[in-house]
Design a binder for this molecule. Structure first.
Ligand SMILES: *[C@@H]1O[C@H](CO)[C@@H](O)[C@H](O)[C@H]1NC(C)=O
Ligand SMILES: *[C@@H]1O[C@H](CO)[C@@H](O)[C@H](O)[C@H]1NC(C)=O
Length: 392
């Protein structure tokens, strides 16, 4: 690996306040990330979750390090050349979702590089967090709590003026899901109104999962903070027992605790997620709980327009197709809808992201999908299923 020659290995003291640890960093010009360790074991943590918080205290843009192949040597040199003395460091990978399938904390995608120790990762539901063993640079999967480990952080350096990490499409430390960035505030707890204010200042909004897949994503990332509870953007402050979105529309998805207890009670008006079960409950709005927000990133560039068409012949195997177009493009079916009729049936037509934020309303793109009928006789009557995209 010639990352060695390309890397700028810099050790410097960022802080020498009384009681503060010396901080060592190394910068990777290839990925634009800085890696950060603290000098000695005083800053080690008993849990992977505390280590995440420690990174965030160091910089609001830092989180536990995920290490790509091109950054491996840089991190190895940082750990061996600095006076950071821990025998093992927490790193930003986890397999809470599916055993032995480690994911990136930053993108939620599978990790693309690993340097596992022999027999690792183990098929063990209690070992969900990654660590780096400094004796051999191998990685282990370990229980996320109960072991003293050093803290190895990573942050984009410098922060681009757009405030978007090009690797995720989101501001640093926010996580992408379905074109929206999610901010699970590792350091913040607050009452319902301060949570709402924090989100709307982004400008963003409190999270209200609208589908099972969004709920699964939210459950996972709340678990990864180590906090017990998080506010949702749902209250019945206006009318008792009528739990509604604070943003108006009726809830399109709900996950109330099946027992019903702790959901509707006249004195508890604000909804939250219990991270141990993933169910929604209500509590007094002035209680402190975790804060999670969604944020629509500014468009990095003009959205690309994808147009496809399928023409039915007896050999056609494609049964459905989708067009996603930016808002300044129209999608039309050249054949009349009657002609397409039952053979080429529009099954979806929706804005893929509609966000109405304070001072900022945006429909990013619209998605159209068609399904080809399985009825062969219709294929012969109306053989074409196609659509096109044009700029406005
Ligand atoms: C929203 O819910 C209320 C109460 O259940 C119902 O009366 C109303 O029709 C719903 N509105 C929409 C747009 O679904
Ligand atoms: C919520 O917390 C903020 C900040 O601590 C405080 O100023 C406010 O009074 C609290 N509101 C309620 C309703 O408890």
């Amino acid at each position: 690996m010639n990352g060695q020659t390309a890397s700028l290995l810099t050790f410097f003291v960022l802080s020498s306040l009384p009681g503060a640890m010396l901080v060592y960093t190394a910068y990777s010009p290839t990925t634009g990330y800085s890696f950060v360790v603290f000098e000695d074991s005083v800053d080690d943590t008993d849990s992977w979750f505390e280590a995440r918080a420690k990174c965030r205290v160091h910089s609001q843009y830092a989180d536990l390090a995920e290490i790509s192949a091109s950054d491996f040597t840089i991190v190895q040199d940082l750990l061996s050349n600095s006076q950071a003395s821990s025998s093992s460091y927490w790193i930003g990978i986890y397999d809470h979702l599916s055993e032995m399938n480690f994911k990136s904390l930053y993108t939620g995608a599978d990790i693309t590089f690993a340097n596992w120790d022999n027999d690792r990762p183990k098929n063990d539901m209690n070992k969900n967090c990654g660590s780096w063993d400094t004796s051999n640079s191998y990685w282990k999967d370990e229980a996320c709590t109960g072991k003293k480990r050093g803290v190895l952080c990573r942050m984009l350096t410098p922060i681009p003026s757009s405030n978007i990490d090009p690797n995720t499409g989101c501001p640093p430390t926010m996580v992408p899901f379905d074109d929206v960035c999610y901010d699970f505030r590792v350091l913040m707890t607050g009452n319902f109104s301060s949570a709402r204010q924090a989100c709307e200042t982004l400008p963003g909004r409190m999270i209200i999962p609208e589908s099972q897949s969004e709920a699964d994503f939210v459950d996972l990332y709340t678990i990864l903070t180590g906090k017990a509870t998080f506010w949702l953007g749902i209250t019945d402050e206006e009318e008792d027992n009528d739990l509604r979105s604070i943003y108006g529309p009726n809830l399109s998805f709900e996950k109330w605790h099946p027992s019903g207890s702790g959901v509707v009670a006249s004195e508890t008006d604000c909804a939250y997620i219990d991270t141990s079960s993933g169910y929604w409950l209500t509590d007094h709005c002035d209680e402190p709980k975790g804060v999670m927000c969604s944020f629509v990133p500014p468009l990095l560039q003009e959205e690309t327009t994808v147009a496809q068409s399928i023409t039915s012949t007896s050999e056609t195997t494609q049964d459905a197709f989708t067009i996603v177009a930016s808002t300044d493009h129209d999608v039309t079916s050249p054949t009349s809808s009657e002609a397409q009729g039952p053979y080429c049936k529009p099954v979806e037509r929706k804005a893929s992201t509609v966000m109405s934020l304070p001072g900022h309303t945006r429909e990013r793109s619209h998605r159209h999908a068609w399904q080809r009928s399985a009825d062969e006789s219709l294929h012969r009557a109306s053989p074409v299923c196609e659509a096109s995209v044009s700029g406005r």
